[in-house]
Design a protein around this ligand. Sequence first.
Ligand SMILES: Nc1nc2c([nH]c(=O)n2[C@H]2C[C@H](O)[C@@H](COP(=O)(O)OP(=O)(O)OP(=O)(O)O)O2)c(=O)[nH]1
Length: 134
Amino acid sequence: MRIVVGAALVREGRVLAARRTRPASAAGRWELPGGAVESGEDEAAALARELREELALADVAVGDRVGPEVTLSEGRVLRIRACRADGEPTALEHDALRWVGPDDLDDLDWLDADRAVLPALAALLDGGRGRGAT
Ligand SMILES: Nc1nc2c([nH]c(=O)n2[C@H]2C[C@H](O)[C@@H](COP(=O)(O)OP(=O)(O)OP(=O)(O)O)O2)c(=O)[nH]1
């Protein structure tokens, strides 16, 4: 089973969404930055590498799982983990980045798999705002 890890990179009550450029079927749609875990890596190492490659972020702190594991095509699964990192992300592989608050999550055209994670993302952001996650 191939694992794809995505980062719920949270800052000031918002999460970073990134707009894909490839393949054509996914271009223009939003995802959480990340990618496939390579052999010899654990999920935290894979996320740290992907956030360096995709966003030029160093010193990424990888935290707990967020939301359900989502089944993708070709025997892959998507797992999201909460992340923190200092510094401004730079879009090296995406064509847009956006910090999204809990009330705006639904407005983006997310990849299909990510839709299953949105309720947990909203709860994570609401919790961070101190309003509780009810
Ligand atoms: N990074 C990421 N990938 C996602 C998300 N949701 C989702 O369905 N995917 C899918 C899209 C891709 O088929 C796959 C990740 O591929 P990728 O192109 O981002 O990562 P990668 O560089 O490791 O892939 P590859 O070039 O080795 O094929 O997972 C998400 O939120 N983040």
